[in-house]
Design a protein around this ligand. Structure first.
Ligand code: NDP
Length: 312
C-alpha cells in the first residue's frame, strides 16, 4: 500500500523575520505556505529585549512582540504555521521529501530555508542567568542601552572588533577580553580597535564570572598565563565569539562556505538546487539584521513563486 504524503507548494523552514516575511509574500501569492517554526519560534529576536532599529516602530518594540506581529501578519493571509523541527531533507529529486520531528514526511514543490544562525556562548552559568539583563550577543541590538556606561566584550575576531568599535562610540569604556596573545580579526579591524582611545584590550584574559544579582555590575576576568584576577566594573557583557549557522541538516546537499553559511547565487535567494531557496542569517554572515533578513525572505518568496510558475 503506498504511503499518502501531504504535498506542499512552498515549505518554509524557520520562523524569524526571513521565514515570516517569505510566508507573508507566498501566502499573498496564494501559494498556501506551510511554515515549520523550529526549536526557537520567532528566532534570535526573541532573545533580545527592545528592537529600536526596525523601521515602522517609532517607539521601538519588544523582540518577542515583534515576532508575534510577524506571525499574526503571515497567518492573516492563511499561512499554515506549525510547531516542529525539520529532521531530514532530501533535495535529490523534486518534490523534495522533508521529514518533520523524525516521524512525519511531507513533499514540497519548493523549500525556503530560513533557519538562521545561533550566537555562540561561552557556556558559563552567569551568562545564562543574566541573559537579557546585561548579557547580550548583539551590540547593534542592545548597545544603545549602555550609552555612557562601561562594558566588556569577549572575543577577538572581526565580529568582536566590530562590536567593540560600535560600542566605543556609545559607551564610556570598553574592555575587550582576548583569550590568546593576539587577535584573529583582520588587520584593518584591529587598527580600528587600537585607534579608539576608550577601548582597552586585555590579552590572555578569559571570563571567570559575571557579577550582579538583577543585572551586570562587574566582570571578573583572569589572566590565563598568571591566573591573576581583575574585577572590571561594567553594566554590559557582550559575547562576540562567532555565530553558527543552522545548516547541519543540509550538509552534503547544498553548497556552504567554510563557516557553514549557505551559498546563494549573487543578488538572488537561489541555492544550487532548483526550487530550494535560502533567506536571512543562514546565508548572510555580514549584515545579520532583522530588516535585511526580512528583505531576503521577500526575495525568496518571489523567487519561489517564479520558479513554481516556470514549472507549470
Ligand atoms: P570568528 O570565528 O572569526 O572569531 C571568533 C573569535 O572568538 C576568535 O577570536 C576566538 O578566539 C574567540 N573565541 C571563540 N571561543 C571563545 C571562548 N570560549 N572564549 C573566548 N574567546 C573565544 O567569528 P566572527 O564572528 O568574528 O567572524 C565570523 C566570520 O565573519 C569571519 O569570517 C569574519 O571575517 C566574518 N566577519 C566579517 C565582518 C566584516 O567583514 N565586516 C564582520 C564580522 C564578521 P581565538 O582567536 O583564540 O580562536
Amino acid at each position: 500500500m503506498s504511503e499518502k504524503v501531504e504535498n506542499i507548494e512552498v515549505l518554509i523552514i524557520g520562523s524569524g523575520p526571513a521565514g515570516y516575511t517569505a510566508a507573508i509574500y507566498a501566502a499573498r501569492a496564494d501559494l498556501k505556505p506551510v511554515l515549520i517554526q523550529g526549536l526557537q519560534p520567532g528566532g534570535q529576536l526573541t532573545t533580545t529585549t527592545e528592537v529600536d532599529n526596525y523601521p515602522g516602530y517609532p517607539n521601538g518594540v519588544d523582540g518577542t512582540k515583534m515576532m508575534e506581529d510577524f506571525k499574526a501578519q503571515a497567518e492573516r493571509f492563511d499561512t499554515d504555521t506549525r510547531w516542529g523541527m525539520v529532521s531530514k531533507v532530501d533535495f535529490s529529486k523534486r518534490p523534495f521529501r522533508v521529514e518533520i520531528d523524525g516521524n512525519k514526511n511531507v513533499l514540497a514543490q519548493s523549500v525556503i530555508i530560513a533557519t538562521g544562525a545561533s550566537a555562540k556562548w561561552l557556556g558559563i552559568p552567569d551568562e545564562e542567568r543574566l541573559n537579557g539583563f546585561g548579557v547580550s550577543a548583539c551590540a547593534v541590538c542592545d548597545g544603545f542601552f549602555y550609552k555612557g556606561q562601561d562594558v566588556v566584550v569577549v572575543g577577538a575576531g572581526d565580529t568582536a572588533a566590530e562590536e567593540a568599535t560600535y560600542l566605543a562610540k556609545l559607551c564610556t569604556k570598553v574592555t575587550m577580553l582576548v583569550r590568546r596573545d593576539k587577535m584573529r580579526a583582520s588587520k584593518a579591524m584591529q587598527k580600528r580597535v587600537f585607534n579608539m582611545n576608550n577601548i582597552t584590550v586585555l590579552f590572555n584574559h578569559e571570563t571567570k564570572s559575571i557579577n550582579g544579582d538583577k543585572g551586570v555590575e562587574s566582570v571578573t576576568a583572569y589572566n590565563n598565563q598568571t591566573n591573576e584576577e581583575t574585577v572590571i566594573p561594567a553594566t554590559g557583557f557582550f559575547v562576540a565569539i562567532g555565530h553558527k549557522p543552522n545548516t547541519d541538516l543540509f550538509k552534503g546537499q547544498l553548497d556552504m562556505d567554510d563557516n557553514g553559511y549557505l551559498i546563494v547565487e549573487a543578488g538572488t535567494s537561489k541555492t544550487k538546487i532548483d526550487g530550494v531557496f535560502a533567506a536571512g542569517d543562514v546565508a548572510d554572515h555580514i549584515y545579520r539584521q532583522a530588516v535585511t533578513s526580512a528583505g531576503t525572505g521577500c526575495m525568496a518568496a518571489l523567487d519561489a513563486e517564479r520558479f513554481l510558475a516556470s514549472q507549470e
